[in-house]
Design a protein around this ligand. Sequence first.
Ligand code: IMP
Length: 170
Amino acid sequence: MGNMNVLINKARIEKRLDEMAKEIEKDYEGKDIVFLGILKGSVPFMWELAKRIKNNVIFEFIELSSYKDNKDTGVLTFHKDIKDSIEGKDVIIIEDIVDTGKTISYLLKHLKEKNPNSVKVATLLSKPSKRVIELNIDYEGFKVEDKFVIGFGLDDNQNLRNLPYIGYIE
Ligand code: IMP
């Protein structure tokens, strides 16, 4: 493995999480919110965001991927769907990083059939330069350059998700 570099440190992430949580609280006053986390990378972000929010937050998870051994296969595979009904609920998709946008756009289509009241998108990171499908992100933590990033849930072949900061390998 090459040198590990810090791209976004813990303090910056925490400050941004506070801001995002305030924004969500303002937008969802008095409402329950379903946080729909995309496994596995969203787990730390989901918890760190949820614990800063006063609303009642319901946790749901979905697992789908287009990445195998860090290569975009172009095919999205569904591994785990939502167990409980989200009909009439206010859902926020929780993602670690939006890259090409394929995962989120596919998921948005899939969720429509489940008749939620509303669906928004929250992502810790976004790589706008890699976008293939244009989509609206409602809550975005940080924009990052086209670097392969790891930590805070993001993995390098399933490794290093537990780093408490966003790093990249050189
Ligand atoms: P998209 O469908 O291309 O937007 O892909 C999003 C998914 O690709 C994320 O959930 C990550 O699992 C993965 N991904 C994209 N860029 C990175 C990266 O820099 N590090 C780790 N995973 C990434």
